[in-house]
Design a binder for this molecule. Structure first.
Ligand code: NAD
Ligand code: UFG
Length: 338
């Protein structure tokens, strides 16, 4: 099966590529490289022994999409391309809606033109906003988003629901990721944000390596067991396997229509627990200070992971220890290149 992966050169995309190639599927990457480098694709080749098919192009460019569909006739799309920084989206809302929402519309138009009806979409737990109850199940209210990035994911989900309602052949699985972390066990691919990291795990990695001095923990007065924020961290290889499971599910009966599926472990981990786990896995100290709460943050967020098990036959398998040790191996590799 040929599968177009938009954003396939990025952090999650490269891990999806490895899992798909190892399962015998033929992925075709379309990426404009705004937050990725072709080096990552070369390292995917090192892991899999096969060169991924790569097209440099933008999902907002209808001609580029047409050429990709004409040349490869994919039977499904993994739609990962998007801008993803919460803070940046507040400063640049139009850029975020243009890239994420308009880009998705162009992609859907091209899929319709080429009779392609299957899409797996990178959604996010952010569509739940501040959840009223925990763990969060898929039927919890969505749309209480607090920033343009989150709203773009919510709006895209709504568009996909309408598209699926209008096309009886459409199959859409929106995967609502919780907090992807870690790296491939080879240490050859992982997340390497430019500049100061926004997210917890890449920040901890750089403090452990000594390239940043200390972690600021944003608040220790939340209503959580140790006062620090609680999230559902899941290993990026588990996440990538969730995409493979979604594609396989589309081959089975009753996959038509729009389905939202949480991808998380179901376990909440606090910032302090993550710091301790990373110190244990890396053997390095992670000095920290307690700082004020970060605006827009919620106290706790973790998944009800049962629907993923029932609908996709998927569950997260990697431990917190392997999330940390794989992230540490990747951090050391990433820093050895610079
Ligand atoms: P990433 O930035 O590493 O990957 C996104 C890729 O999309 C990059 O390679 C970038 O170059 C490409 N891209 C962006 N705009 C494009 C465009 N207009 N045309 C073509 N390519 C374009 O990010 P990631 O962490 O791998 O995230 C992948 C997807 O998962 C994103 O949609 C993101 O919003 C979503 N997501 C990520 C997280 C997370 O914590 N990493 C959580 C929830 C959802
Ligand atoms: N945190 C710190 N210090 C830091 C960074 C983060 O204490 O330097 C804390 C945050 O306050 C929060 C926790 O670590 O309690 C996790 O923060 P992240 O920024 O790593 O992740 P978020 O849960 O805020 O958001 C992430 C992605 C979003 C996505 C969401 C749900 O950044 O894009 O997960 O999938 F929508």
């Amino acid at each position: 099966m040929k599968v177009l992966i938009t954003g396939g050169a990025g952090y999650i995309g490269t891990h999806c590529l490895v899992e798909l190639m190892q399962a015998g599927l033929v992925p075709v990457v379309l990426d404009n490289l705004c937050n990725a480098s072709p080096d990552a694709l070369a390292r995917v080749e090192q892991i899999t022994g096969q060169q991924p098919i790569f097209i440099e192009g933008d999902i907002r460019d209808h001609r580029a999409l047409e050429l990709a569909f004409q040349a490869h006739r994919p039977s499904a799309v993994l739609h990962l391309a998007g801008l993803k920084s919460v803070g940046e989206s507040v400063d640049k809302p139009l850029e975020y809606y243009d890239n994420n929402v308009v880009g998705t519309l162009q992609l859907l138009r091209t899929m319709r033109e080429f009779d392609c009806h299957r899409m797996v979409f990178s959604s996010s737990a952010t569509v739940y906003g501040d959840p009223a109850t925990l763990p969060i199940a898929e039927d919890a209210p969505t749309g209480g988003t607090t920033n343009p990035y989150g709203t773009s994911k919510y709006v895209i989900e709504r568009i996909l629901q309408d598209w699926a309602a209008a096309d009886s052949e459409a199959q859409v699985i929106a995967l609502r990721y919780f907090n992807p972390v870690g790296a491939h066990a080879s240490g050859l691919i992982g997340e390497d944000p430019q500049g100061l990291p926004n997210n917890l795990m890449p920040f901890i990695q750089r403090v452990a390596s000594g390239s940043l001095e200390r972690l600021n923990i944003f608040g220790d007065d939340y209503d959580t067991p140790d006062g620090t924020g609680v999230r559902d961290y899941l290993h990026v290889v588990d996440l990538a396997q969730g995409h493979l499971a979604a594609l396989q599910r589309m081959e089975q009966p009753e996959a038509e229509g729009f389905h939202a599926v949480n991808l998380g472990t179901g376990n909440g981990i606090s910032v302090l627990q993550m710091v301790k786990a990373f110190e244990a896995a890396s053997g390095q100290a992670v000095p920290y200070s307690i700082a004020p709460r970060r605006p827009g943050d919620i106290a706790s967020c973790f998944a009800d992971a049962r629907h993923a098990q029932e609908f996709l036959g998927w569950q997260a398998r990697h431990t917190l220890e392997s999330m940390c040790s794989d992230a540490w191996r990747w951090q050391q590799f990433a820093e050895s290149r610079t």
